[in-house]
Design a protein around this ligand. Structure first.
Ligand SMILES: C[S@@+](CC[C@H](N)C(=O)[O-])C[C@H]1O[C@@H](n2cnc3c(N)ncnc32)[C@H](O)[C@@H]1O
Length: 362
């Protein structure tokens, strides 16, 4: 296999420069809410009007509009009155505005700029040594993960994912009342959605990040969720296994195993924490453990970059396993078996082509 377009290196690299710039500008536009403003207009708006409604200074906005128009994201209308007006086509608005919900790509536009900000220098400093980078380098990461979790979970977790697990068996059990744990819950969006939807079940969210756990506790209190508690704990630790031995009927881990420093211990703990008839759902990136099989992955460069800038270095910290986000199906299934799950069923998720569901039993 060869790299694409070998005869046309300069034009492809120029295109990449433009796309990198567009990613950054799209992130700025999403963050500043400019797309939402444009989406709300009945007709194309001029720079002054867009500035007034978005709160972005007109001079900065004009420069930003230059990027968007040259990049083919925003349409420029040269009207007969000589005023330049701008509109956001619906096919972009549907993915760049906060209303996009599960289809929101605007939130993902933040990821590479954010990771560049958090960890570029730190990564360059450990490239030679192979050392890891601590979570402390990613201060704004949990806030971003909460936005991402919102886009990923809010519309589909309770209505589509849980009814799909084991043909609805877990959904029925959740309605009746079971004990559930979410490992590496972050600020707890997924576990809060479950707790709100299934008042007869009891939920525990576990994460080692004290700020994330505090945020989860705050929002659970605000929502009045009596059936949800949080623990600030390393889910790979012996302390966690002791505290929650045989405590749960169902355990989930959304995007929370591959960046652990001791993923095998975390999975062994999941085995220990389950009741004998319990089940474990690990949701993780859909990829192969073999690079050749990932070549055609529609988000391959993006996902490997997120891994290089975050998942891999945090997973290498203190001599950690450093699986990386693209550890892949084969390695994941092997680790789950090694941890003690005797039945590991790997399946695609109908509404989510970018993740796989590893459904495991003891
Ligand atoms: C990529 S985030 C996913 C968060 C959340 N599950 C979601 O879907 O938004 C991974 C989370 O795992 C947590 N984490 C990593 N290693 C951990 C460990 N050993 N024990 C507990 N939490 C851990 C991190 O603090 C982070 O909140």
């Amino acid at each position: 296999m060869t790299a694409r377009d070998p005869d046309n290196g300069a034009s492809r690299l120029t295109e990449i420069l433009n796309h990198g710039a567009l990613n950054l500008a799209l992130a700025i536009g999403y963050r500043a809410g400019i797309f939402d403003v444009m989406d709300s207009l009945a007709a194309p708006g001029d720079c002054h009007q867009l500035s007034l409604q978005s709160g972005v200074d007109a001079r900065y906005l004009k420069e930003w509009l230059g990027i968007m128009v040259c990049g083919g994201i925003i349409d420029l209308h040269n009207d007969s009155d000589g005023v330049e007006r701008y509109s956001l086509p619906k096919h972009y608005a549907d993915h760049l505005c906060r209303r996009a919900g599960h289809n929101n790509l605007g939130v993902y536009m933040q990821e590479i700029p954010l990771l560049t900000n958090c960890s570029l220098e730190a990564l360059l400093s450990v490239l030679a040594s192979g050392d890891g980078i601590s979570y402390d380098h990613y201060p704004s990461f949990q806030g971003f993960m909460t936005q991402l979790a919102d886009a990923k979970h809010r519309e589909v977790l309770v209505t589509r994912f849980l009814p799909f697990v084991e043909g609805g068996r877990i959904f029925t059990a959740l309605k009746k009342g079971i004990r559930v744990c979410d490992l590496g819950c972050g600020t707890g969006l997924a576990v809060s959605l479950m707790a709100a939807a299934f008042p007869d079940s009891e939920f525990v969210g576990l994460d080692r990040d004290p700020d994330a756990v505090s945020a989860g506790r705050r929002s659970a209190a605000e929502e009045g969720l009596q059936n949800l508690e949080f623990g600030c704990i390393d889910v790979a630790s012996a302390k966690c296994a002791r505290a929650y031995r045989s405590s749960f009927d169902y355990i989930t881990a959304f995007d929370a195993i591959h960046d652990q420093t001791r993923p095998l211990d975390a999975l062994r703990n999941a085995v220990t924490m389950l009741q004998p008839a319990g089940a474990f759902s690990m949701i993780d990136i859909a990829a192969s453990s073999f690079l050749a099989e990932n070549r055609a992955h529609p988000m391959g460069p993006f996902l490997y970059t997120v891994s290089l800038m975050h998942c891999l270095p945090v997973g290498l910290e203190g001599g950690g396993a450093g699986l990386g986000m693209m550890w892949g199906r084969q390695k994941a299934a092997e680790l789950l078996s090694t941890a003690g799950f005797t039945k590991v069923h790997v399946e695609e998720i109908p509404h989510d082509p970018f993740n796989l569901h590893y459904y495991c039993r003891l």
